[in-house]
Design a protein around this ligand. Structure first.
Ligand code: ADP
Length: 183
């Protein structure tokens, strides 16, 4: 198979998979913490790609509740039944991370028109930085269209019920974190 420039595609693998390049996507985000909304996007994108890298953004300008290591642990725990999902973190431009993973797609989720405006800005910026990388959007599962990590933290802080919003591992870590903060 040739690419647009007519050059042999170096990434072609040999053997049983001959002629097929592995399709790799990266789903970046804060995941502070991972919710059922994120998990739904992860499961659906993992079905569309050979490999999905879920990457925790190590963003110094936000003050997160969970450390990057804790967020990675939780993501690893809740995706352990998905063999083609890998968890990582990064402190760099997303497009560079995607290249380093041999990927060419960024996955983002959209819940609302408000999300769309921000995501369009982000996708356009990433396109400017590296036009070879495409952003693909997954529409939220309507069940989770209102769900965000901030809402979950807000509810948990006031000891509200979050069972319907996050996996059980996340719920218990949230409770432990809030108790530890009080003590
Ligand atoms: P960021 O700080 O990068 O927005 P988030 O962890 O808040 O990180 O979100 C990561 C991505 O997941 C974003 O594209 C966001 O729109 C999407 N997302 C978050 N919650 C949901 C949800 N309930 N349904 C669909 N997409 C979601």
């Amino acid at each position: 198979m040739n690419n647009d420039n007519g050059q042999a595609n170096e990434a072609l693998s040999s053997g049983g998979n001959a002629g097929k390049k592995e399709r790799v996507a990266v789903y970046p985000g804060s995941f502070d913490p991972v919710t059922f909304g994120h998990l739904d996007i992860i499961r659906r994108s993992a079905r569309q790609f050979d490999r999905l890298v879920v990457a925790v953004l190590n963003n110094t300008s936000k003050s997160p509740m969970f450390t990057v290591e804790e967020r990675k642990e939780l993501l690893a725990e809740v995706t352990k039944d998905l063999p083609n999902v890998e968890i990582d973190s990064f402190r760099d431009l997303t497009v560079r991370l995607v290249k380093s993973k041999d990927g060419d797609v960024i996955i983002r989720g959209i819940r609302s028109v408000t999300d769309f405006e921000y995501e369009l800005q982000l996708a356009s910026t990433n396109h400017l930085l590296d036009p070879e990388i495409d952003t693909m959007f997954m529409m939220t599962n309507p069940k989770y269209s209102y769900l965000s990590s901030s809402i979950v933290k807000e509810i948990a802080m006031f000891h509200g019920e979050v069972t319907e919003l996050v996996p059980p591992e996340v719920e218990s870590r949230l409770k432990a974190k809030i108790e530890a903060r009080k003590g």
